[in-house]
Ligand binder design. Structure first.
Ligand code: GMT
Length: 374
């Protein structure tokens, strides 16, 4: 198949999922055309069957904000015509679903049929999409999609409750290449650098936005480090970073916390981690938690949104109510102070991650594509 993929090329989970999906499909012989404003972070453009079409956003002085959605629609039309796309798969509804609809209509007027599939990822529904400034367009573009998927049952439910959606939504959960994670050997040099005295390593990975409540990660760590020698690795970057650095200073934690910045691959840091912390206010799936589990790292998380579909309470980690840092730190201490229990949770995490293995999830997308094309 000749498939167009539209996504955010940045470090966000939706971009990672879209990129990994495209790469996996290309390895199965499909020709994958990424249509994005930047090369997706995990994409090797020289791989076989991978093609990259940049959406060049100009800066004409009349526009305070360039009309990205129109430029994207035009680019989709152009790529679809000249590369003879069979279908388009857009990740994250805003503004990709409406751009896809517009492109589809333009192509239709020229006698070309381009079906589009919309995959909902989370904040496009639960946070941004619900805003009345987007809602009518989002509802329309989702309903007009040839197929719609959501990354968790929880997100499917939220979509139906926040929007008047008439379309069937198929749940196709996010996935992971477990092989990639299991073949990664713990980077002992990195471990020594982060925790020279054998301290435990707690890790958090996110885009440091308010919804992630990274300050709760610091509050949990602050409690845990009082009782067990440990270090905190904060991977990622985003709007809350300055405030987090200040919080570290106020709590005299600077020598115990490393801000690692954005990392292209997280296998290295996860391979040396003892616990993963995910304290989000809302999380439609929690891909970062799944990546941690695939590396055999138990997860201390909130129980919001789709997280319970990934992290199994008292098995692969523990879950608490949003903001309950006292309970989250108690659970972290329980695992870190009991090597047998910790190992048992590590094994459970690996087993649960295998449920979301790429080889199990990829055929679901392929059969959806077939269904849409027939
Ligand atoms: O976090 C976002 O605002 C958007 C999105 C992204 O691009 O990172 O994250 C969502 O999609 C991920 C991939 O499907 C999910 O794993 C995240 O749980 C989800 N984020 C939220 O729901 C906050």
């Amino acid at each position: 198949m000749n498939i167009g993929i539209v996504c955010y090329p940045t470090f966000g989970g939706s971009g990672v999922v879209a990129t990994e999906l495209g790469i996996a499909l290309s390895k199965k012989g499909h020709k994958i055309h990424f249509i994005t404003y930047q090369l997706p972070v995990r994409l090797d453009v020289f791989s076989e069957n991978i093609f990259y079409h940049e959406v060049a956003v100009g800066d004409y002085p009349l526009f305070d904000y360039a009309p990205y959605e129109l430029i994207l629609s035009s680019r989709i039309v152009e790529v679809a015509k000249f590369e003879k796309l069979d279908l388009l798969h857009v990740h994250y509804a805003i503004p990709h679903a409406s751009a896809a609809f517009m492109a589809k209509q333009i192509l239709k007027s020229q006698g070309i049929h381009l079906p589009y599939i919309t995959t909902l990822h989370g904040t496009d529904i639960t946070l941004v999409g619900r805003d009345s400034s987007f809602e009518p367009v989002i509802t329309f573009a989702i309903n007009q999609s040839d197929a719609v998927t959501a990354v968790s049952e929880s997100l499917k439910k939220d979509t139906y409750s926040y929007f008047p959606i008439t379309k069937d939504i198929e749940v196709i959960p996010n996935f992971i290449c477990t092989e990639e994670f299991s073949k990664h050997i713990a980077d002992e040099q990195l471990r020594k650098k982060i925790a020279p005295n054998g301290e435990k390593i707690l890790t958090h990975i996110s885009n440091f936005r308010k919804v992630k409540r990274v300050d709760d990660v610091l509050h949990v760590f602050e409690r845990v480090q009082k009782l067990i020698p440990c270090k905190l690795l904060l991977v990622g970057d985003g709007p809350e970073r300055n405030q987090l650095e200040n919080l570290c200073r106020e709590n005299s934690l600077c020598d115990k916390v490393t801000f690692a910045g954005k990392l292209k691959d997280t296998e290295g840091v996860l391979s040396i981690s003892d616990l993963f912390l995910l304290t989000s206010e809302s999380e439609s799936f929690g891909l970062a938690a799944l990546e941690a589990m695939a590396a055999g790292v138990p997860v201390i998380s909130t129980n919001t949104g789709g997280i319970p579909e990934v992290n199994l309470h008292d098995k692969t980690g523990f879950m608490s109510q949003v903001g309950n840092v006292a309970e989250m730190s108690e659970n972290a201490l329980k695992l870190l102070s009991n090597p047998l229990l910790h190992q048992e949770f590590r094994n459970n995490a690996l087993k649960q991650a295998s449920v979301f293995d790429l080889h199990k999830i990829l055929p679901k997308y392929e059969s959806l594509y077939q269904k849409v094309l027939s």
